[in-house]
Design a protein around this ligand. Structure first.
Ligand SMILES: [Zn+2]
Length: 153
């Protein structure tokens, strides 16, 4: 069991997942400070995840893990597990790679693409010639089905 720093989420994505909206063109971005309620006093480093409140409430830390611990009152291990950076017996405690889309949406796409593919297969079985457009669309369907199958495998 160990902590794997590389598995910590990208700082900007992480802060966005916390309901924040880091803004600014440079490496250091501005967002609200949840610790004292300031609307734009928190500076975050979009590369390292370092965070510091400029309003003087004392909130600061070196990375998203420290932020997660402070914001949710978690210990190191719980926070690392929460962020998918804790590995048990060689397996991540949480799926590291995000799914490309929610499961319900994936089922909708699969249902549509597989129906389309089934209709095309039925046509081929009946000796109907597919047009180039049909073939191009089938290729897209095949790719979508494969992408979803791999993501949820
Ligand atoms: Zn603050």
């Amino acid at each position: 069991m160990s902590f794997i720093r590389d598995r910590l989420p990208d700082p900007v994505s992480y802060f966005e997942s916390q309901g924040q909206n880091p803004k600014g063109p440079g490496k250091w971005k501005t967002m609200g400070c949840t610790f004292h309620g300031g609307s734009d006093s928190m500076r975050i480093n979009s590369t390292t995840g370092t965070w510091v409140c400029m309003a003087g409430c004392g909130a600061r830390g070196g990375d998203v893990l420290a932020y997660h611990m402070a914001a949710h009152g978690l210990d190191f291990m719980s926070a690392a597990k929460d962020l998918g950076a804790w590995v048990d017996d060689g397996k991540p405690s949480k799926q590291q790679r995000p799914k490309p889309l929610p499961a319900t949406e994936a089922i909708r796409v699969l249902a549509f693409e597989s129906t389309l593919t089934a209709i095309a297969a039925g046509n081929i079985a009946h000796g109907v010639q597919l047009t180039d457009k049909d073939r191009a669309r089938l290729y897209v369907a095949a790719q979508r089905i494969q992408t979803i199958s791999e993501a949820f495998a």
